[in-house]
Design a protein around this ligand. Structure first.
Ligand code: ZN
Length: 169
């Protein structure tokens, strides 16, 4: 396990956590070279999960398929391939942690959407249009309005936090 900071080969395991009902091991490590700490996730077997489509049909979860969908939504945006990989990894960890053997495709879509929204508004709406199967322009506009009002709300929240800080100083 190479150190992501200095590429040193050896690291010391500080903590290991095995999640039950799946085979993922999370390890907190310290590099023997630069002493920086990092976390690794190791899988002891393939990640197996069934995705339940709207029709009720099941298909095996495929990271490749999910990556294709996200990549399409992120085309010509500033979202990087690494950000997409990290997003998928986060979703998989959450799914593994849940211990479920099946996930609704809409629930999977929502897990991606929550994260895409933070990364890029355009990618978010594009992905939502596929996963939530928007039927009309009105659906699109409704989603955009929702996005605007909630991001404005969080902006206001940030402003009041900043104001409170100024007062405290
Ligand atoms: Zn290092």
């Amino acid at each position: 396990m190479y150190c992501p900071f200095c590429n040193h080969r050896d690291s010391r395991v500080l903590e290991s956590r095995l999640s039950h009902e799946n085979s993922s091991v999370r390890r907190r490590r310290e590099c023997e070279g630069c002493r920086k700490r990092f976390t690794t996730f190791e899988r002891t077997e393939a990640f197996q999960l069934l995705v339940v489509k709207a029709s009720g049909e099941r298909e095996p979860y495929s990271a490749t398929k999910l990556r294709d969908g996200i990549s399409r939504a992120c085309a010509k945006t500033v979202v990087t391939a690494q950000q997409i990989d990290e997003l998928i990894e986060e979703v998989e960890i959450e799914l593994q942690a849940s211990g479920k053997k099946e996930v609704l495709s809409t629930a999977l879509g929502d897990m991606v959407l929550i994260r895409l929204r933070v990364l890029n508004e355009v990618a978010y709406v594009r992905f939502a249009s596929v996963y939530r199967q928007f039927q009309s322009v009105e659906d699109f506009i409704a989603e955009l309005n929702l996005l605007r009002s909630t991001s404005e709300a969080s902006l206001h929240a940030n402003n009041s936090i900043a104001a409170a800080r100024e007062k405290a100083n």
